[in-house]
Design a protein around this ligand. Sequence first.
Ligand code: 5AD
Ligand code: SF4
Length: 470
Amino acid sequence: MERTTPVIPAQDVAKQREYCQEIRAINAQHAQAPTAFVDTYGCQQNEADSELLRGMLCEMGYEIVHDGEHADLILINTCAIREHAEQRVFGNVGALVHGKRRNPNQIICLCGCMAQEPHVVERLRQSYQHVDLVFGPQVLWRFPEFMRRIYLRRGRVFETAPAEGAIAEGLPVRRSGKIKAWVSIMYGCNNFCTYCIVPYTRGRERSREPEIILSEIRQLVAEGYKDITLLGQNVNSYGKDLGTGMDFPTLLEQANAIEGEFLLRFMTSHPKDATQRLFDVMAKCEKVAPCIHLPFQSGNTRVLSAMNRRYTREQYLDKVKALRERIPNVVLTSDVIVGFPGETTPEFEDTLSLIEEVRYDALFTFIYSPRKGTPAAEMEDPLSREEKSANFNRLVEAQNRISLEKHQAYIGTIQHCLVDGESEDPRNNLNARTPGGRLVHLNGDVGLIGQFVDVKITDYSTWALFGELI
Ligand code: 5AD
Ligand code: SF4
């Protein structure tokens, strides 16, 4: 069988790289390389996309800088998941007008999920005239072409038409770290949870070819990367469009077979597609980290159904049980939404009782934020803001207690940790991660960064563990 989702022909990607060289030649006429600042909001997929955008900018002859205001080019990679993230972007984009007045040659670009929301695009068009280029995630690979249009002074560029999306391979990448790396295995989402904007902004699910993913991982391992996270909105649907029978557990097994000392993580897993086979593969693959992010969103079956999550509370709890039977010490994290339209306080209590039953290691808690164009934004929402906040606070309090208790249980244990960076606290100058991904602060030589070490856990807080090298 053939794959059912499109792949961009190699010559089209090569053309983009030619545009990079064209722009590079123009940039080389200046005494100094122009500078570019890429500002990233939102999820890991956006972080990964920004690494590609930086790769393309380097190829265009830009020097990447980490401070925006004075850069010759500012690219804002946006997130649309909640109102709050959007407000921050609008605030920051608005503030750029002054810099642009001082330096009219500055190029200001906005990409990412907000660029796929019609009301955002309209607002940018009308009220943010200093923004030169706006483009959505599905056409990210055409960034050089859009830049070329800007260089040829053809006015503002808006490439924001809704797009299904395709797979583009062979783009340059400039990674931010030397130890941890993201590898996108698929893009888009087909699930249409009723609160979520992502299926509208990132198009349909499409998978990269396994050989390409595996060779990228091999390359990363050869370069010394130790902690590799496979990314997708729902990694458990990986392969469905390939037409070869390939699936996510098989990809994990093949990645696990790559030689070297490194850890494999993945996110995100939709519970409805998390199978016994996935848990079995996780248990038997020694490089697959013993952790999983398994968003439950609500502990109440009626609310789950209104969210279009396609599992019940009981089915979710059964999956957790099956997972823990296979991997008893698995580190379990999750996302939850409080105040979904129509959620009553008794229904919210089911969310509270679910976290008490599951006892997550950590929880990402969100108050529902209506997103224009999604079904939930049209639903009746009678619960007051105050009541939602009160429920939210109860949830956070309960989880903080659970996280603290879970961390307390680490005291005296020895954890095989990857030292992954320096911390800001001089008493505990290094940061490390347990195999399950919990943060550990410890004291040691910075030369240990990038190495696996055994650490005895001596102290804890709600957010982190503290330990000593042994
Ligand atoms: N409001 C609040 N939280 C949301 N999420 C997604 N959409 C919304 C929304 N409209 C949360 C979900 C998801 C996480 C990435 O963000 O919990 O798992
Ligand atoms: Fe959004 Fe649901 Fe897709 Fe996750 S699975 S990105 S919550 S629609």
